[in-house]
Design a protein around this ligand. Structure first.
Ligand code: 3PG
Length: 212
């Protein structure tokens, strides 16, 4: 199956910023998801960068129904299957391999694959993908790159992630090919570790009000 673009756009279009988070425990994941949702950010990407990630996804899906919980840093079919089994509602990868796309083809869970160059974008179009993560956004050319590819690939929509912050997010939101951005700034590590959920809710509220 080609990309489930409709479902993915439903998930991503609902909010300007998708928090990219790494959680150290299941409880931390649940509390963090609650705080972000309370601030208006219901779609989140829990990265598979910590041992707690899969169990945290499971718990968020079960205990925080207002959250749409995605799994990120998916690098292989094995990761894809584990995230799907944990109940992830969408899957995000920093790039794409044929093996990963094969795993996605036999699943109902939508995949947001990463692309950073015109060749990678062309490869994704050939595989039926039109909604892409643009990663690592700032490091590979930022909003200027996305603006340059817009007339070349009018069918593509992007979620730029990597180095995006309150300081530069406006450059991305000025572009019609940007659906939303991803970023970790709404869940700073020190505030998460301190359990400062009120501060995170406030950051989420500020981010969810972006782009009108
Ligand atoms: C990601 O994990 O997708 C990005 O590394 C998040 O990038 P940021 O920490 O620069 O927001």
């Amino acid at each position: 199956m080609a990309q489930n673009k409709t479902r993915l756009l439903e998930i991503l279009k609902g909010q300007p910023v998708v928090p990219v988070v790494a959680v150290e425990s299941v409880r931390e994941g649940v509390e963090l998801a609650r705080a972000l949702a309370a601030g208006g950010l219901r779609s989140i990407e829990v990265t598979l960068r910590t041992p707690a990630a899969l169990d945290a996804i499971k718990a968020i899906v079960a205990e925080v129904p207002e959250t749409v919980c995605g799994a990120g840093t998916i690098l292989s079919p094995k990761h894809f299957e584990a995230a799907e089994k944990a109940g992830a509602q969408y899957i995000v990868s920093p790039g794409a391999t044929m093996e990963l796309l094969d795993a996605a083809r036999s699943s109902d869970v939508p995949l947001l694959p990463g692309a950073a160059t015109p060749s990678e974008m062309m490869a994704m179009i050939e595989e039926g993908y039109e909604v892409l993560k643009f990663f690592p956004a700032e490091q590979v050319g930022g909003a200027k790159l996305l603006k340059s590819v817009a007339p070349v690939f009018p069918q593509l929509r992007f979620c730029p992630t990597g180095g995006v912050s309150m300081a530069n997010v406006g450059e991305y939101f000025a572009l019609a090919n940007v659906v939303c951005v991803g970023g970790s700034w709404v869940a700073p590590k020190d505030k998460v570790a301190a359990g400062d959920w009120a501060a995170i809710e406030a950051l989420a509220r500020e981010a969810s009000a972006l782009r009108g």
